[in-house]
Ligand binder design. Sequence first.
Ligand code: PXG
Length: 289
Amino acid sequence: MKIWFDGKLVEKEEAKVSVFDHGTLYGDGIFEGIRFYNKRVFRLEAHMDRLYDCAHYLMLNIPYTKDVLSKAVCETVAASGLNDGYIRLVVTRGVGNLGLNPFNCPQPCVFIIADKIALYDPAVYENGLNLVTSSVRRNRADTICPQVKSLNYLNNIFAKMEAIRQGAAEALMLNDAGNVAECTGDNIFIVKNGTVITPPVTDGALDGITRRVVLEICTELGIPAVEKTINRFSITSADECFLTGTAAECVPVTDLDGYTIGSGKIGPVTARLLARFKELTQSTGTPVE
Ligand code: PXG
């Protein structure tokens, strides 16, 4: 397997991050998770825009233009020989001294992996997934802003562990006010009386690219869609519920904390959105070669 590491493709064994890298020492860095289908990278431009916006927020200067890094992503996918898979693009603060000061780290470290990923059991795409509400709150915007895809995922990891310990596949994360933010690695949607509803990013959600695609599909198909604050009651009384994310794609949710959601099966609106999402992933994207 070839990894793109600081400007060139190297063997996996040679792709090593320093123990003095502030990404390793402090979780100081950012990442993107991107999918490719039929050797085409899905929504590459949107992922690159988000990466550079996050880098700017961290005052981290990525030493490549967006264009160069986009080409590097395509090169890595081409070198993988895979038709379909998952890209992990990571930018760390780079090598520095012991001590938090990021301004002593002259050069960020950038690497790109193209590999396979299987997030959930394939059965959940047919039968729906169980969620449990986590006791861990999603970050407030005045801590690590939830819109930043940073290398600090500990809150989400704690929430994920809680879910797994209770036999659920994913955890629902509430914000500081007790309203719904999102899940540990996916955005959440409900359907109520024919309207698709998702919390606004200001309620503590990542501005997910799959989330944006689903909202676009709603417009295209004439399905009413709104960004609105929701709570756990909104979910237990919803007709349908589903999650979106690059790794997860679109997954129906049929249970929250033992409450059956709607019919307990994939709902008709979810099924329509999933079908159109699949068509888009199969037919659009940036060709890698
Ligand atoms: N919320 C959070 C907290 C995320 O980390 C999403 C929502 C969905 O965003 P996108 O842009 O992907 O639609 C994410 C994305 C993994 C993994 O390895 C996690 C994500 C993406 C890719 C892989 O578990 N999270």
